[in-house]
Design a protein around this ligand. Structure first.
Ligand code: NDP
Length: 487
């Protein structure tokens, strides 16, 4: 068993005072990492350490913050294999996907290494020449960064890179199911020489998260996870009027029109739902297919899903690993049963008689799913696809927008005017046209409706972690009438 019982607080490795717990490898079923939960008192110490470091870090020149972030980008890239191995043990996601995601995390640190000295304000021309007015962007101070169980280090980079670049300090809490990689990442931060307190990690579940999100010294909470948890976080934050960035779940629609390059669309549809075993927020979990090609697409998709190889996530021949933890595994199976009860047609996959110690759910495809079914409305967070037919563009848009979510969407068509027409009407933070799951360090990411608010990545993310200050200077020699507000 690996020892990950210490938290990283104020530049030191401290023993947590909460209960001990283990992380289970979802492929072997064996506990592999030992942790200790951070109690409310431990969280208090971590926030205090961050608050003590906030002022100096906020005043550190951007070029110096950028230098450290650049070193972090290099360190993450240099350690990509080791970090990916750890995440594979925690999450069960295949090693090559973890490696690619962590390499992308390094790219995000590099992007914000370059943005740290480019935070500018604006000169505001006023109605009088006697006054000068300008804005500047200031850090919010202590940020609380909470990541989900599926991709801790890539989610952390989405948050930490812009937060540090903008001059904030951070207290990070990863999921209890996947904490080890964040603690390993803290060793890199320590080696690089970030000032103590700028970056802190506390590990734990409910009590830890509640203590962190209820602390009045927090200036902003950035949270990735489920809608239900987000509402609890929002309630804690509301008590102190702390702003939040929420990256939540989805029920994203991947729409194939009859004029699409169907071979390409099928590749996008399969990757859209089965990459990471469907345990991604952007999973294209609803496949909307135009009626004229519906039957053909269902058959071909089922065939491809049946070819996906489940197995050891470290084996390069494995396409899909297990579900990350037992609670999520049971939830996915319940959702499969529910879909059958609701009358969806199971085309391939479904419940397996015995999957052994590994938490395997086979690639599962349901066809003839209707908009009212639970499978069409709520997130499964597993390898379960709902295929739905549509007649025309109007109906496709109506079905696509007919959930409480709005994270991502895909459009497959050769008609450029249709692509733009539909893209404009889709209620989603991201629209992919003739591709799916593509990401870039420069491109903003986030949701609408119950998929969340606020944006990660690129310059949009940098702005989330700052507040505008307005400065006004009176240039005249005479005393201005203080009761005349307008200039
Ligand atoms: P959860 O909502 O269960 O957990 C998310 C994080 O919140 C974990 O660190 C969790 O800790 C923590 N947490 C739990 N209770 C509290 C609390 N009361 N206060 C503060 N923090 C708390 O999500 P999962 O980890 O299961 O991840 C799956 C969800 O995340 C899916 O809905 C998925 O769509 C979404 N997601 C969204 C992404 C996006 O960018 N939009 C990306 C990836 C996933 P612990 O696990 O220890 O309980």
């Amino acid at each position: 068993m690996q020892d990950y019982t210490r938290h990283y607080v104020g530049g030191r490795w401290a023993a947590g005072s909460g209960r001990g717990f283990t992380s289970i490898d979802p492929y072997t079923g064996e506990p592999w990492a030992q942790h200790t939960e951070a109690s409310s008192a431990d969280v208090d110490t971590a926030v205090a350490a961050a608050a003590a470091a906030a002022d100096e870090w906020g005043r550190t020149p951007g070029v110096e913050r950028g230098r450290l972030l650049d070193a972090l980008a290099i360190a993450v890239q240099d350690n990509v294999e080791q970090l990916a191995k750890i995440e594979t043990r925690d999450s069960g996601k295949v090693f090559r996907e973890n490696r690619a995601q962590i390499a992308f995390a390094a790219r995000n640190y590099r992007f914000h290494a370059g943005s740290a000295d480019k935070l500018t304000g604006e000169y505001k021309p006023l109605d009088t020449e006697d006054m000068v007015d300008f804005t500047s962007r200031e850090p919010v101070g202590v940020t609380a960064l909470i990541t989900a169980c599926n991709s801790p280090l890539s989610q952390l980079a989405n948050k930490l890179a812009p937060a540090l670049a903008a001059g904030n300090v951070a207290v990070v809490k990863p999921s209890e199911h996947a904490s080890a990689s964040t603690l390993e990442f803290a060793r890199l931060v320590e080696e690089i020489g970030f000032p103590p307190g700028v970056f802190n990690v506390v590990v734990g579940a409910g009590e830890t998260g509640t203590a962190l999100t209820s602390d009045p010294r927090i200036g902003l909470i950035s949270f990735t996870g489920g809608v239900g948890t987000a509402k609890r976080v929002a309630a804690n934050a509301a008590a102190n009027l702390v702003p939040c960035v929420f990256e939540l779940g989805g029920k994203s629609a991947n729409i194939i029109f009859e004029d699409a390059d169907v071979d390409r669309a099928l590749v996008g549809a399969v990757a859209g739902i089965f990459a990471a075993g469907g345990q991604t927020c952007i999973a294209g979990s609803r496949l909307l297919v135009q009626r004229s090609i519906y039957r053909d697409v269902v058959d071909r998709l089922a065939e491809r899903a049946g070819q996906i190889r489940l197995g050891d996530p470290n084996d390069p021949d494995t396409d899909m690993g297990p579900i990350t933890h037992r609670g999520q595994y049971d939830s996915v199976l319940r959702r499969i049963d529910e879909a059958v009860q609701d009358g969806a047609r199971l085309v391939t996959g479904g419940r397996q008689a015995d999957s052994g110690p590994a938490l395997f759910v086979p690639p599962t495809v349901f066809a003839d799913v209707t908009a009212q079914m639970r499978l069409a409305q709520s997130e499964v967070f597993g390898p379960v696809l709902a295929i739905m037919p549509f007649e025309d563009e109007v109906e496709a848009i109506q079905i696509a927008n007919g959930t409480n979510f709005g994270l991502a969407s895909g459009i497959w068509t050769r008609d450029i005017t249709r692509a733009h027409r539909v893209a404009k009407r889709l209620q989603a933070g991201t629209v992919w046209i003739n591709t799916y799951r593509a990401s870039a360090a420069q491109a903003p990411f986030g949701g609408v409706k119950q998929s969340g608010y606020g944006r990660e990545r690129g310059t949009d993310a940098l702005l989330e972690y700052t507040r505008t200050k307005n400065t006004m200077i009176d240039l005249s020699d005479s005393t201005r009438d203080p009761f005349r507000l307008a200039t």
